[in-house]
Design a binder for this molecule. Structure first.
Ligand SMILES: NC(=O)c1ccc[n+]([C@@H]2O[C@H](COP(=O)([O-])OP(=O)(O)OC[C@H]3O[C@@H](n4cnc5c(N)ncnc54)[C@H](O)[C@@H]3O)[C@@H](O)[C@H]2O)c1
Length: 322
């Protein structure tokens, strides 16, 4: 099986590449990434493998996609500018990558016709909750440019299904976390809190910490993508949420991390972030029905495994490029 992973050197992408490189020598994995938010560390263990190929390139380059796409069986399109704050500072850059880049992937796939095309959408497209938990029919009202760009990409994939019968699977994960997620700047809250707490610094919370998220451990997310990839079920609209169905407030999350690490710290509160959604709570009943998906990790199990990994990981191994 020949597999193209866009954003393959990022957090999720590196786990997806690793899974299929190690699963079989018959698999050939092409990792396409422009390293705008990637680390070489993420894919270092794969670099010497004969069935792994790294391409430093951009999804905004349609000619490059057309060179890579022939004979590809499966596309995981994960590349995106993922940061809400960056999208507020530079909406055009976010639009170019998330919308035009996705359009390039869809167009190239329409020409070269891989068997499976899986696109990473996100729960962020739903915006402020009209009801909870949120299912796939929840209105798409993301208030920030990141969410708006992901709505456009999600809708464009759906349009390619309806217009050209392309058969794209659109995956809307709620927040996920685990090894290799960025722990600084625009990284994930769990990585950032963990780094601070291990360094005896209190977690910093935007707002009062009552905002909730539905956090899935990365191993469950990789399993979810794999279930979709290996499924023959075409008897639905191919849009599916993945999450745990369990909400946790950011304040509880910070306190859980403090407790697991075993420090005597109290979170610090600062002004809320513009555009931040109050609640994200996943209804994954469709994923359960179609793919028999249920998360295997609770938040506490995921946090413990992640914190153990983090303690053993040496920060000097992280190599920032670009
Ligand atoms: N992390 C989460 O909690 C979460 C939740 C729901 C959905 N998602 C979606 O999952 C996907 C992967 O997210 P992630 O957390 O692994 O993010 P990430 O930033 O670690 O991975 C994205 C990768 O895409 C690359 N990239 C960015 N612009 C590119 C371009 N123009 N050309 C080529 N490569 C480019 C980055 O360098 C990065 O390696 C994204 O599409 C994101 O929207 C993430």
């Amino acid at each position: 099986m020949k597999i193209l992973v866009t954003g393959g050197a990022g957090f999720l992408g590196s786990h997806i590449c690793e899974k299929y490189v190690n699963e079989s020598e018959e698999n050939k994995v092409i990792c396409l990434d422009n390293f705008s938010n990637a680390d070489l560390f993420n894919i270092r263990s794969l670099l010497g493998k004969r069935n792994f190929r790294l391409v430093n390139g951009d999804i905004r380059d349609k000619d490059l996609l057309d060179k890579l796409m022939p004979n590809v069986d499966v596309v995981f399109h994960l590349a995106a500018q993922i940061h809400v704050d960056k999208s507020i500072i530079n909406p055009k850059d976010t639009y170019d990558t998330n919308v035009t880049g996705t359009l390039n992937v869809l167009e190239s796939a329409r020409t070269h016709d891989p068997k499976k095309i899986i696109i990473a959408s996100t729960s962020e497209i739903y915006g402020p909750a009209k009801y909870n938990p949120m299912d796939e029919n929840h209105p798409l009202e993301a208030p920030h440019p990141y969410g708006a760009s992901k709505i456009a990409a999600d809708r464009m994939a759906l349009a390619y299904n309806k217009t050209y019968n392309l058969g794209v699977d659109i995956i809307r994960c709620f927040n996920f976390f685990g090894p290799r997620q960025k722990d600084s700047g625009y990284g994930g809250a769990i990585s950032i809190f963990t780094k601070r707490v291990l360094n005896n610094q209190p977690p910093i919370i935007y707002g009062d910490g009552s905002q909730t998220r539905d956090y899935t451990y990365i191993k469950d997310i990789v399993r979810a993508y794999d279930l979709v990839m290996k499924s023959d079920n075409k008897d639905h609209d191919r849009i599916v949420n993945f999450g745990t169905g369990v909400e946790v407030s950011i304040l509880d999350l910070a306190n859980k991390i403090i407790k697991i690490v075993g420090k005597d710290l109290k979170p610090v509160f600062v002004s809320p972030r513009p555009g931040e959604v109050n609640r994200l709570h996943c209804d994954y009943s469709k994923a359960k029905e179609i793919y028999n998906f249920s998360p295997e990790y609770t938040i506490d199990q995921g946090l413990s495994e992640f914190i153990d990994w983090y303690k053993n990981f040496k920060s000097e191994e992280w190599t920032k490029i670009g």
